[in-house]
Design a protein around this ligand. Structure first.
Ligand SMILES: Cc1cc2nc3c(=O)[nH]c(=O)nc-3n(C[C@H](O)[C@H](O)[C@H](O)COP(=O)(O)O)c2cc1C
Length: 270
């Protein structure tokens, strides 16, 4: 089986699917993944597997999709972060068995999705994703979208990660055995590829922050979903490198640049 780090390295959003229905084996494997649940924030996230035709689900960004996975969460503190953590774990596990996904916050007929999974007033569905076999070739539309988004670009290590303080860039060398875990954060997908994660390494504590560039909407703060994605990438790869990880929330009081907000700390030990 591939390591989480290799799956993270090869994952790219899939927006062009071949129209083959899922095999019984893959359908079963997906059902098992969707049952899994669990995130460091203890906020339940409810997943649903959906047939696109049956529920009239559409996305102008996609070609050839037949199935979607949508999920909802109660509007409670940390809900977007917990959601991002679980949804991305699902996307990585789908990738590991050869299935493509892409989180969609905007490019979907949201009302039909919310109806299909019965989102109540106290709940939110930040994103849904198609799931299926990637087509051999990306559509023209997908290629144009990737170009417009700069989807293959990522910010340099030293602009995202810091050594004890925000004015001290972290180098891959000084990240030591956590280097791949940091790199896994850098490779994460994010809404509009804005990469809002900032991380400070301080001894055994890895503090995660949000540098918000997209305003809040009635759906909440979509960039907190991005932070949940970053947390699961870090968690999976640090665990693979032999670290024990645990999450806590308590602002360490490090001086922050403008527009940066503390999110959570991952404690790593061996
Ligand atoms: C929370 C979130 C919301 C997203 N919403 C959309 C969307 O509405 N439409 C879309 O085409 N892509 C969406 N994306 C996909 C990103 O554009 C994509 O992950 C990013 O450009 C990086 O490309 P990559 O995933 O191939 O690495 C979303 C991604 C995330 C994490």
């Amino acid at each position: 089986m591939d390591s989480a780090y290799h799956v993270i390295q090869r994952r790219k959003s899939t927006r062009t699917f071949d129209e083959r229905p899922l095999s019984a084996e893959d359908r079963h494997a997906l059902a098992v993944l969707l049952e899994k649940g669990g995130n460091p924030f203890g906020v339940p996230v409810e997943f649903h597997f959906l047939d696109a035709d049956k529920h009239s689900l559409k996305s102008p960004a996609l070609v050839g999709e037949k199935y979607y996975v949508a999920a909802k969460v109660e509007r409670v503190p940390n809900c977007e972060i917990a959601f991002g953590y679980e949804f991305e774990r699902f996307c990585l596990e789908a990738e590991a068995i050869g299935l493509g996904t892409v989180m969609l916050a905007a490019s979907l007929n949201r009302e039909a999705f919310e109806r299909a999974i019965e989102v109540s007033d106290s709940e939110v569905m930040p994103v849904a994703s198609p799931v299926g076999y990637p087509a051999a070739k990306r559509s023209m539309r997908e290629r144009a979208m990737r170009k417009a988004l700069g989807a293959d670009g990522r910010m340099p290590f030293g602009e995202l990660f810091f050594d004890g303080a925000f004015d001290m860039p972290l180098t891959p060398e000084s990240a030591g055995d956590l280097r791949q875990a940091f790199e896994a954060v850098r490779l994460a997908p994010s809404a509009g590829n804005k990469q809002p994660w900032r991380v400070v390494l301080e001894g055994e504590c890895v503090h995660f922050y949000e540098c918000r560039t997209i305003g809040e909407s009635p759906l909440g703060d979509i960039q907190k979903v991005d932070l949940g994605i970053a947390l699961v990438h870090f968690d999976l790869v640090a665990s693979e490198a032999g670290f024990e990880t645990s999450f806590e929330q308590g602002d360490p009081g490090i001086q922050l640049p403008d527009g940066v907000e503390y999110i959570a700390t991952c404690r790593v030990s061996r």
